[in-house]
Design a protein around this ligand. Structure first.
Ligand code: 26V
Length: 791
């Protein structure tokens, strides 16, 4: 196809035609959505050329590929990144300017592809962008959920979940590949390694193009959708319902046995289809299955895709007739595992009854793996009690992380501290057995989306001072550092912030009705709602600050106005997390409506925080809240997005905060609270009595009293308060004093504007390390060893 984005006149012609074909409309009469649809459609078609060229190059040159297996890809909107990375945005802008169309508004018409719930899924999306931009043949593999992660609404201040029907309108970036469908068996029983009478379903791939930045590379994210199979005889209602459910939604409720089976069905679907797809291609190109490790690395993003390990064993043994040892050798040279959390409830285990029932042959293979692993452990003289915790099956469960560690040649954590904790504490027994497998890959973010696309103001400042080379080599923004005391540059950064705050204020006003003061400190905590992330600590300080403003005139006089903004979704069954949302909402009404403090303090909980919302929030922040209980946040990536956009971290020494402080200098961030080591000592010594802290701290007593008065029923939030007093596992009360001091310091520092903007500049200038281009290069050097695509 000729390039219709070559210049604005050719583009205009093609665009007019597309609008006519799709909607029979003219530019003047098309709706914003129709304008968007025509643009997306045209661009997607244009990208076919580069997709074909990329694919051809990879095949003809026998390039090794990484398949990135992930349950989540939190892509957000694709229109902006595809336009910018393809280099066509200027032509489109010129044409739209002529017509008086606001491209920005058109871009907003795309619905987020919200196929993920947090950091792990957004990391996967950043990795796709970086790998393609570095010309590396990396391909995503996941599920095509008909409903994205839920839409959050507040009703009576409580979170309510609504389905996210993101596919109701056409998704212009995907292409169905019917001829590459894979038949997947569930249930049945095993006779001499053969699966008898399974329930067959058909996995159909949809490919979403992934566009590299200015390099002509187009790779794909492959999303598998479950459909009815001709291989299955009876298409009765029960069967059709089951098929429909498999790729209905992300993280269906797994409190029941049926729910657990469904989750496992999902995991098997994208694992087995992904692996089979690879083997078929590999053989079609005339290659020997024994050479698989030469051509592929399978990166397992947390334990959700663990089943690729036994599945690959099954195919090699049952279908390719290789022996166990030979198969195991292939598997353990091909699979690499990334751990994203040390929280025990997130370490996946599957009840063996449920597992065996759904995947009987896979279960047999895991049993055999386990038998052999126990021999390895005995030969290594691992003590019996450790053998028990390390084995692949135990306490009636299949243990996914154990399978991953045993079956991979690489096990990595996602920040330096996290990897140390894995090696020395959480996975220490495995580390002693396989020290060579363990390595660190500190997370990163794609600076194209998280700076170039969302913050043109800052991009322009950097371009003017540094030229444009930093755009392809982010560490070069270090060049900004020499302007740290330059009043003119400080002022430009300040103006940038103000512009971004205004854009956010407008959005928040439209969404919530709350008017925020643009001359206030924007203090933002946006991330999943979880006790370890301690949104609760944040709101306790907000209440304390409010009460102090009401009672302490000296304090009030010196207080610089501050807006506290929250955004977070809570897992639908996570009662405590939902309680915290309700609490923050209730607090916000009291504070926002108090005319005595109104111009000094506001609290907003934005509804339905997602990637698009994030794009407004990160650039508007002055303070980045990263206040997890030390040791619990594996890395965090929001912390990096804030830093790159000129916010200062108020945080604990946890996850990648440690490295942020290392890069930017401790004096340029506000660090408080217990260290990871101190936290672990508290857990070990078992002597923490939160009640004592409460009894000795009048501030906490007043805050609790305030919370009891928020609702007619004073015990409404007791489940939160009692938990703090009697258990406080995440050490909120323990860190309260130190957090309050840190907040006071932040408020005080902001008033010293010369110092503040200098600190901001130091943070931006030293954010170069956190580009996911660096992370991906490290994965490639140490784990994948891919050659680049040269077109
Ligand atoms: C676990 C589960 C368990 C049950 C239901 C749903 C669900 C969904 C996800 C997970 C895994 C959570 C792991 C995770 O998201 N970790 C985050 O990974 C980020 C990227 O590495 C990292 O920055 C965050 O610190 C870490 O919390």
């Amino acid at each position: 196809m000729d390039n219709v984005f070559l210049n604005k006149d050719i583009f205009k012609g093609a665009y007019i035609l597309m609008l006519k074909n799709l909607f029979n409309k003219k530019v003047e009469s098309a709706t914003t959505y129709e304008k968007y649809a025509a643009l997306a459609s045209l661009l997607n078609k244009q990208l076919d050329d580069n997709y074909e060229k990329t694919t051809k190059y990879v095949e003809e040159n026998n390039l090794k590929k990484t398949i990135y297996f992930s349950m989540e890809f939190l892509m957000g909107r694709l229109i902006t990144s595809n336009l910018m990375n393809s280099g066509y945005i200027d032509v489109v802008k010129e044409a739209f300017d002529d017509w008086g169309i606001d491209l920005n508004e058109v871009e907003q018409a795309e619905t987020d592809a919200g196929l993920g719930n947090g950091g792990l899924g957004r990391l996967a999306a950043c990795f796709l962008d970086s790998a393609a931009s570095l010309s590396l043949p990396l391909y995503g593999n996941s599920l095509r959920y008909k409903k994205g992660f839920f839409v959050q609404r507040f009703e009576n201040d409580q979170q309510k979940e609504y389905p996210d029907p993101w596919l109701e309108k056409p998704f212009y970036w995907e292409e169905r590949k019917e001829d590459e469908a894979i038949q997947i068996p569930y249930f049945g029983y095993v006779k001499d390694t053969k699966l008898i009478d399974p329930v067959w379903i058909k996995a159909v791939p949809y490919d979403v193009k992934v566009v590299g930045a200015n390099n002509g590379i187009v790779t794909t994210l492959r999303l598998w959708s479950a459909e009815k199979s001709q291989w299955h005889k009876y298409h009765d209602d029960e069967y059709l319902k089951m098929v429909d459910k498999i790729t209905e939604s992300l993280y269906p409720d797994d409190s029941t046995e049926a729910g657990k089976t469904l989750r496992l069905q999902q995991q098997y679907l994208f694992s087995a289809a992904g692996i089979k797809n690879v083997i078929l291609n590999h053989k079609k190109l005339g290659r020997d299955v024994r050479d698989l490790p030469k051509y592929y690395v399978f990166q397992v993003n947390d334990t959700h895709p663990t089943l690729i390990i036994p599945e690959l064993m099954r195919i090699l043994m049952d279908e390719e007739n290789l022996g166990y040892d030979e198969s195991w050798d292939i598997v353990t040279k091909t699979v690499a595992y990334t751990n994203h959390t040390i929280l025990s409830e997130a370490l996946e285990k599957w009840n063996i009854k449920i597992f065996r029932n759904l995947l009987p042959r896979t279960f047999e293979i895991i049993q055999e793996m386990n038998r052999r692993f126990k021999i390895v452990l005995e030969e290594a003289k691992v003590p019996a009690e450790k053998v028990y915790t390390m084995q692949l099956i135990g306490a009636n469960n299949v243990r996914m992380a154990n399978i991953c560690i045993y079956g991979s040649f690489s096990v990595n954590g996602v920040a330096a501290l996290h990897t140390d904790i894995l090696k020395n504490i959480e996975l220490n027994d495995f580390y002693n057995l396989y020290p060579e497998k363990f390595n660190n890959k500190t997370n990163g973010i794609t600076h194209r989306r998280w700076l170039l696309h969302i913050n043109h103001e800052l991009t322009d400042i950097l371009n003017n001072l540094l030229g444009t080379k930093w755009q392809t080599d982010l560490p070069q923004i270090k060049g900004l550092e020499k302007y740290k005391d330059d009043k003119k540059v400080q002022n430009q950064i300040k103006e940038m912030k103000l512009a971004k705050k205004r854009a956010l204020i407008k959005k928040i006003k439209a969404d919530t009705g709350v008017t925020l003061n643009e001359n206030a400190i924007f203090d933002i905590q946006i991330k999943r709602l979880h006790e370890y992330k301690r949104q609760l600590l944040n709101i306790l300080n907000v209440i304390h600050t409010y009460l102090r403003l009401k009672s302490d005139n000296e304090f009030k006089k010196n207080f610089y106005p501050q807006n506290f903004i929250f955004g977070a979704k809570a897992a639908p069954s996570y009662v405590m997390a939902k309680g915290i949302i309700e609490l923050i909402n209730k607090v916000s009404h009291v504070i926002n409506n108090d005319v005595e403090t109104n111009d000094l303090l506001k609290v907003v909980f934005v509804e339905n925080y997602n990637v698009t919302y994030a794009e407004f929030l990160f650039p508007a922040a002055d303070l980045s809240e990263q206040i997890s209980t030390a040791s619990k946040e594996a890395s965090g990536t929001g912390n990096m997005k804030f830093m790159l956009n000129g916010a200062i971290t108020i945080g604990t020494m946890d996850g990648a905060n440690v490295e942020i402080v290392q890069e930017a200098g401790k004096e340029n961030n506000i660090i408080f609270g217990l260290s990871a080591e101190e936290v672990n000592n508290i857990y070990k010594n078992n002597g923490y009595v939160p009640r004592k802290i409460y009894d000795q701290d009048q501030r906490l007593q007043r805050v609790f009293e305030f919370i009891r008065k928020l609702t007619p029923n004073p015990t409404h939030f007791d489940f939160i308060l009692q938990n703090l007093l009697t258990s406080d596992y995440f050490l909120v009360l323990k860190d309260f004093d130190s957090y309050v001091s840190a907040q006071e310091k932040a408020n005080y520092l902001y008033k010293n504007q010369d110092l503040w903007w200098k600190m901001v500049i130091m943070n931006i200038a030293n954010a170069g390390f956190f580009t996911s281009d660096r992370t991906i290069s490290e994965y490639n050097q140490d784990i994948w060893k891919l050659d680049t695509i040269k077109i």
